[in-house]
Design a binder for this molecule. Structure first.
Ligand code: TLP
Length: 346
């Protein structure tokens, strides 16, 4: 009997819904480099409005969204502050160094949150030896900490420090709607503490492709030009934007289900001898599972789970990451837990 594959590697694996596919097929389109794609224009206006910013630009990926934001806020030789396991620092191929030619100043956080005192002391003073600190990046939800949510007070404290020193703040909000859902607030309550925000349509919101970068008009104009520089000026992108509009209008409200499934998964796995889960870190749709006692490392454990039809990603040393999303049900979660329990028993 072939077993159904339960794919918990990432919420990026979600497929577009039938409604998205229909909207994509029927989308009104034009050449977006001329600003003439009505569906892209509608998505950008909707996105800006939702996160409380003046304007937004549609980009192919979250990585490009973060990088054009850094390019648009900084100059060559500047320094940017971020948390030491931030996606921008860990998973974006050293793009801040390559594209913006800035130096990154990583700060160790707790559950993804930097201590505002550490941020304050990392901001450079005026000195002929020092680079200029021109940008602080935060990430909410925070991927490498296991999807933790930055508390609003933490974001505010860091934003206030930045504003005192005339520094811009960028939010990597790839999963900012998960953060808003977990906090039970409108997403604007979060994005108010950032000058610019990047958020993804292609993760828990199920769109096939795309992210948005939102912020002040002049910043978005620079970001649009940086997108062109990187080859991200798309033509009849309304085909993609049509799915993005449905992602924002119809998919945000259901993210709580993914969070409940993550808790269910974490509770189930935590009963299994050899697996260790910090329940305090299970705040959204991710579960970081410590596996040291199984005698396998994160790569070996991921391969072991693959052999029983459960896909996960290796994360930190002796930790694998499991992500819940639209395309796994609560019974898939129960099935995954029982497969892991049975396989480890053997
Ligand atoms: N994260 C992916 C992988 O790159 C690790 C995932 O599966 O979680 N910011 C954050 C916080 C992200 O988690 C991601 C994607 C991105 C940016 C980049 O988005 P894309 O993949 O669209 O470039």
């Amino acid at each position: 009997m072939t077993r159904r594959i339960i794919d918990l590697r990432s919420d990026t694996v979600t497929k577009p819904t039938p409604e998205m596919r229909e909207a994509m097929a029927n989308a009104e389109v034009g050449d977006d480099v001329y600003g003439e794609d009505p569906t892209v224009n509608r998505l950008e206006a909707l996105a800006a409005e939702m996160v409380g910013k003046e304007a937004a630009v549609f980009v192919p990926t979250g990585t490009m969204g973060n990088q054009i934001s850094i390019m648009s806020w900084t100059q060559r030789g500047d320094e940017i502050i971020l948390e030491s396991t931030a996606h921008i620092y860990t998973y974006e191929v050293a793009a801040p160094a390559v594209l913006s030619q800035v130096q990154v100043r990583p700060i160790t956080g707790k559950y993804g949150a930097m201590d505002p005192c550490d941020v304050k002391s990392a901001v450079r003073g005026v000195n002929i030896h020092f680079p200029r600190t021109t940008l602080i990046c935060m990430e909410n939800t925070h991927n490498r900490s296991g999807g933790c949510v930055l508390p609003l007070e933490n974001m505010k404290a860091i934003y206030d420090i930045a504003k005192e020193r005339n520094i811009s703040v960028h939010l990597d909000g790839a999963r900012v709607f998960n953060a808003a859902t977990a906090l039970g607030v409108d997403v604007k309550e979060i994005t108010q503490y950032a000058d610019s925000v990047q958020f993804c349509l292609s993760k828990g919101l199920c769109a096939p492709v795309g992210s948005l970068v939102a912020g002040p008009e002049d910043f978005v104009a620079r970001a649009r030009k940086a997108r062109k520089l990187l080859g991200g000026g798309m033509r009849q992108a309304g085909i993609l934007a049509a799915a993005g509009i449905i992602a924002l209008e119809k998919m945000v409200h259901r993210l709580g289900e993914d969070h409940q499934n993550a808790k269910r998964l974490a509770e189930g796995l935590s009963q299994i001898p050899g697996l260790e889960i910090d329940m305090a870190s299970v705040q959204t749709n991710m579960v970081a599972v410590g596996i040291k006692e199984t005698g396998m490392d994160e790569f070996g454990f991921a391969a072991f789970l693959k052999s029983i039809g459960v896909l996960v990603n290796p994360s930190l040393p002796y930790v694998v990451r499991m992500v819940t999303h639209h395309d796994v049900t609560s019974s898939d979660i129960d099935e995954a837990v029982s497969r892991v329990r049975d396989a480890l028993k053997k």
